[in-house]
Design a protein around this ligand. Structure first.
Ligand SMILES: [Ca+2]
Length: 290
């Protein structure tokens, strides 16, 4: 069965978001996933343009793309170092594309689909605003109702379930949104913590393909390898039963003001635990990052 995936990304500050998208497109090609929308959680348009370029490369121009238009967030050099060049070279030969706001794209995807798995590999601002969204021309349901009726669960790259003093980047960058989502999301959230991806470097397989692949170009900025936080999250969302990762027992998960993880027993949430050797996980991810 193809898992219906709606994915939100902060593509721009690292290449592993691009790796997650390559993995998603290749797993979809093999019938494991159906992508119902891709949204960007930062406001500079280069991120959304880079998503468009990646989708075109993998022949998936049909997938709706949303960008953050509601306010400015994550702008500047550090947040666009992996997307700026891609976007600049795209607009040399194309008109600047127009994108709908991410929350609209999410709402539409949830009106048109049920049984969706939401995936976040960036900050939680778009999902928080989706939950806060009011009935509109797309649906007479509010955001909580739409998610309750159309989303099965959410896989999120965020937190740290090994070192509880550690402030993980996606969470600490927007703690308020992360906690709003942790408190209000009306379905299970499965967190992929920082500790899972930091010992696995993936991307090696991209070198065996075309040097025109925009994902390869983003990995080349780091010398051809990237950490694996986002690919792991996307992989586990697409193959929710797999032999590489297990879910923890039921937990309640939130974050303190600095972004440190708070995890207590009992509740609707989980975190992922690696159950295979690092090399086996790396090989499995690299199989689809090409
Ligand atoms: Ca990311």
């Amino acid at each position: 069965m193809a898992e219906k995936i709606l994915i939100d990304t902060d593509l721009g500050s690292d290449c592993d978001d691009a790796g997650a998208l390559a993995l998603l497109h290749n797993m979809a090609e093999e019938g494991m996933a159906e992508t119902v929308g891709i949204t960007h959680c930062a406001s500079e348009i280069s991120g959304a343009i880079a998503l468009k370029v990646i989708n075109e490369w993998y022949k998936r121009s049909d997938i709706p793309i949303g960008r953050l238009t509601r306010y400015k967030f994550l702008e500047g050099e550090k947040c666009t170092s992996f997307t700026k060049k891609t976007a600049e070279s795209y607009i040399e030969s194309h008109e600047i594309p127009r994108f709908e706001d991410s929350v609209k794209v999410m709402r539409k995807a949830l009106v048109e689909n049920t049984g969706v798995t939401l995936v976040t590999i960036g900050m939680m601002n778009n999902v928080a605003d989706l939950l806060r969204s009011e009935p509109d021309e797309i649906s007479d349901k509010n955001g909580i109702e739409l998610v309750r009726d159309s989303v099965r669960c959410m896989y999120s790259m965020g937190g740290n379930f090994k070192d509880f003093e550690y402030e993980e980047y996606n969470i600490k960058t927007d703690v308020k949104s992360a906690n709003y989502v942790a408190t209000h999301f009306p379905a299970p959230i499965i967190y992929a913590g920082f500790e899972l991806g930091c010992d696995i470097k993936t991307g090696n397989n991209l070198k065996n393909g075309s040097d025109e692949n925009p994902v390869r170009k983003m990995y080349d900025i780091l010398g051809g390898f990237g950490f694996s936080w986002d690919p792991i999250t996307a992989y586990c969302a697409i193959r929710q039963e797999n032999r590489f990762f297990d879910k923890s027992s039921e937990k309640t998960i939130s974050f303190d003001d600095r972004g440190r993880t708070i995890c207590t027993d009992g509740g609707k949430d989980f975190y992922l635990v690696m159950t295979a050797e690092l090399e086996a996980v790396r090989a499995e991810l690299d199989k689809y990052i090409r």
